[in-house]
Write a protein of this length. Sequence first.
Lengths: 201, 123
Amino acid sequence: MSIVRLTGVSLLCAGLLLAAGCASKKVEYGDASAVETTTVDFGSTDLHMIAAKMVDSLLSFPPIVELTKKSRPVVFVDRIKNKTTEHIDTESITDTISTRLLRSGKFRFVDMSKVETVRKQLKFQNESGMVDPSKAVAFGRQVGARYMLYGNMSSIVKRSKDVKDVYYKFTLKLMDLETGLIEWQDEKEIRKLRKKSLFGM
Amino acid sequence: MRYDRARYGMGLLVALLVALLVAGCAARGEIEVLNDDLTDQLEIKKLKSRLVGGLTQGQLRVKNKSKKPQSFQVKFIWFDSQGFQIDNEAASWLPVMLQGREEKTVQALAPNDSAKTYKVLIR
């Protein structure tokens, strides 16, 4: 009887240990540049594909090549309208695009999200009496943007019993603020499929 | 008259040298296939380079040798004149999908004009 009970307790302990082992969590670093296909939703690889296509297209478009030959045009980035049903951080996409454009040495940017902070800082420098007036940054010396970068992102999602098909379209435009002309525009299309495997895994 | 002809010839020579210099400035590229299986399944047709507004553009032409669809990943990495990688954090693997027997081009532009050589990694 005691042997049976002992065996039962041992099996229970082994089972608990096994369960605890299975449920253990392991943290490790991954490669941020790797292709990510965890789900069919918008992911880091989509962001990289869009940024690469848009930056390469803009910098190699002949009128833009001509434009950036002798000067570094000043651009401001407007928001990307998210017309998909997903929550997508479109600012992250434009951040990557503007980072690459800036680092190419062909464009310069003004940051409209920091206007209020800059105004406060200039007010402090010029009106608080705490900053040497000869070293204070003067009002009215900033450079205005000549171009505006903006666009939108849309998606078409189709579902069947076993398949989910997501089609993304990202459109980006560069407008000359003086003339109102679109100087450059391009699109990036991405199609992602999720198929149920044979065993429903 | 003879002086004009000599000056014309000199001008032509300078223009030719400048053209050769500009043409020769595009970064040189090489390909490295990291996955042995892919070397049998893909045919690397051509790797071309050119200058676009002072930036090197690399273009890879690749063909799927098999009848089945083939997917692989490509990454362009760029190096300056001293062999240092440019913007190494910005280079990402990008997925490429080829249908059976399909031929496709994959291209990328250098991050800036300091790129002197580049490597196309395939896996």
